[in-house]
Design a protein around this ligand. Structure first.
Ligand code: 5GP
Length: 204
């Protein structure tokens, strides 16, 4: 059968709860897999290289850009982030629902290359709520939080480029909505060669 996996892109301001939602999606959806990005940002406490990100220096990242490693890449808050094309192809070949946590710039690039990708914008109910979450996270400096809030206002202007919008006010509700979207995305009809698919179906 030549049916493949599917892509589920999740974007939204950092601090909106993307990581917590994704953690649950990975637990609850059997064929879901996370696209581990490459980044030049410093590792935060508790993060594991190869699990949360592949942490590299700027020189290696630039080299990878030259080599065409990335399906998309962007400069977010002064750091580079990129999605490995090889990794995505491998997971799609394995029939996975590939979950990508990427920023709006990255999504705009990816959208042109992978038309069938399902996309969700996840945000908080307002700016104040986002600020509180960023402060509670205690992982960024004051300047970084201001930068992330400024960036959030820009990111919000991309909302209508996404297929779905989820407001993370109550976590359980937001998760239920995301699970519905993710399950629908994994049932999406993505067949590369329809004629062959039908031929195989008739023969089997
Ligand atoms: P953080 O530093 O909080 O982990 O992530 C900052 C931002 O970078 C988030 O908005 C996240 O979605 C984005 N990001 C993470 N990985 C990638 C990637 O591979 N490509 C792009 N374009 N953005 C990414």
């Amino acid at each position: 059968m030549n049916a493949k996996g599917a892509l589920l892109v999740i974007s939204g301001p950092s601090g909106a709860g993307k990581s917590s939602i994704i953690r649950e999606l990975l637990k609850q959806i059997p064929n879901a897999a996370f696209s581990v990005s490459t980044t030049t940002r410093q590792k935060r406490e508790g993060e594991v290289d190869g699990v949360n990100y592949h942490f590299v220096d700027k020189k290696s990242f630039k080299q990878e850009i030259k080599e065409g490693t990335f399906l998309e890449w962007a400069n977010v808050h002064g750091n580079f982030y990129g999605t490995s094309l090889k990794q995505i192809i491998k997971m799609l070949d394995e029939g996975k629902l590939v979950i990508l946590d990427i920023d709006v710039q990255g999504y705009m690039l990816l959208k042109e290359k992978v038309k069938s990708a399902t996309s969700v914008f996840l945000t908080t109910k307002n700016r104040d709520d986002l600020k509180t979450r960023l402060l509670l996270r205690e992982s960024d400096s004051k300047e970084m939080i201001e930068k992330r809030l400024e960036n959030a206002a820009v990111e919000m202007t991309y909302i209508n480029r996404y297929k779905y919008l989820v407001i993370n006010d109550d976590f359980k509700t937001a998760l239920a909505q995301m699970l519905n979207i993710a399950r629908a995305a994994s049932n999406k009809c993505v067949i590369t060669d329809v004629d062959k698919f039908i031929e195989d179906w008739i023969k089997s």
